[in-house]
Design a protein around this ligand. Structure first.
Ligand code: AOF
Ligand code: ZN
Length: 365
């Protein structure tokens, strides 16, 4: 029973995907005599919390009911008063939560207050699913740095393009659609300057929906080599665009880019490159809670080496390209010993059309 209603709460929570940033995805279900009498979810950043959304619909008449919510109810005064107060006032008898709130302002206090008021709290139902759903929130609220997803797409023999540099298209339509769904949900999309010079990408979200969200573009370009006529620069007034550079870049070019509405972040150098950890701190300050990293290989390796990658998504197309000079998803200096490899955990495997999709997690920093 608990699992069934928590599943529903998680389903509701998902409806807020991409709109609650950097706040969590939360769904709530109120049950009386094994029947759902109200449902709610967190719809938009700064709006009613899920619990309140559900309680309002029954005029806070929750005598003897059970509330299912995928995140511990909050105990702090933020944009809204604490949800625990509303729950107590409504007379709810039992609260079932999937996970405690990692927000240091709450972190168990919500559950404690409910228990102190004689409310039974059941904790840990579908916790793994709940943690996965709010993986971005968990990282950002505890570190103030974005959750970084490294995405790669390659042929069965591990190439991201032919030796001539052609890459359209290695993976199928379904895989590419999936990537745009991710772009629609994350706050930022990051690439290295070589990718901009080679592919002149748009780095926007292309989905057949009425409303899409375009992530903030982040281009790592330590010596400001970006062409002023590249698509990302030309469209910077329509989609936020950040160039992460060092003070090696020519001043006049910097001013020209600013004129074109590009934001420039000047960062310290690390091994002759932009210090990626500092970049994550700066992006976190700008409320960027999540980033899709789409390479290329040099930046991917640096990101792994710096320990800023949280999750990796790899598409493998059932095609063989060959070619000694054909590039692979991760280049850079590479490891000397196999024992030093970056290790993925919690692997999940699936299909998208004819492509294989593998997802896994790094332990992080
Ligand atoms: C949400 N939605 O449904 C729940 C949240 O910025 P505030 O004042 O809205 O508070 C945000 C915090 O409230 C958030 O970090 C989390 O700890 C807690 N619960 N937040 O945005 C919700 N239940
Ligand atoms: Zn709340």
């Amino acid at each position: 029973m608990d699992i069934k209603y928590m599943k529903r709460a998680l389903e509701l929570a998902e409806e807020g995907m991409g709109k609650t940033r950097p706040n969590p995805l939360v769904g709530a279900v109120i049950v009386r005599d094994d029947k759902i009498i109200s449902e709610g979810f967190h719809k938009v950043y700064g709006g009613d919390h899920a619990e309140l959304d559900a309680l309002k619909k029954i005029n806070f008449q929750g005598e003897g009911t059970t509330l299912y919510v995928n995140l511990e109810p909050c105990s702090h005064y933020g944009k809204t008063p604490p949800c625990v107060e509303a729950i107590i006032r409504a007379g709810i008898k039992t609260v079932v939560v999937a996970m405690t709130d990692p927000n240091p302002l709450v972190a168990g206090r919500g559950i404690k207050i409910l228990q102190d008021h004689g409310i039974e709290v059941i904790h840990g139902v579908l916790e793994e699913e709940a943690r996965r759903l709010n993986e971005i929130f968990i990282k950002y609220i505890t570190t103030s740095k974005p959750f970084l997803i490294l995405k790669t797409a390659m042929s069965m023999d591990g190439k991201i393009a032919t030796a001539e540099g052609n890459s359209k298209w290695i993976t199928g339509e379904e895989s590419r659609y999936y990537v745009h769904q991710i772009r629609n949900r994350v706050a930022g999309i990051m690439v290295g300057i070589t990718t901009v010079i080679k592919d002149n990408p748009r780095l926007n979200t292309r989905l057949p929906l009425e409303e899409v969200s375009h992530p903030t573009r982040v281009i790592v370009d330590s010596s400001l080599r970006i062409p002023l006529d590249s698509i990302v620069v030309e469209t910077a007034s329509q989609q936020p665009t950040i160039i992460a550079t060092t003070n090696r870049g020519p001043k006049e070019k910097l001013l020209k880019l600013k004129d074109k509405h590009v934001e420039i972040i000047i960062l310290p150098e690390k091994n002759n490159r932009v210090d990626l950890n500092q970049l994550m701190i700066e992006l976190g300050k700008r409320r960027i809670d999540s980033i899709l990293l789409e390479g290329g290989g040099t930046l991917n390796y640096s990101a792994l080496e710096e320990g800023i990658v949280d999750k990796m998504i790899t598409f493998i197309a059932p095609k063989i390209l060959g070619g000694t000079a054909a590039l692979t998803p991760v280049e850079g200096e590479g490891k000397i010993n196999v024992d030093d490899a970056f290790m993925l955990n919690d692997l999940r495997v699936g299909y998208l059309g004819k492509d294989l999709l593998i997802e896994g997690y790094f332990k992080g920093d």
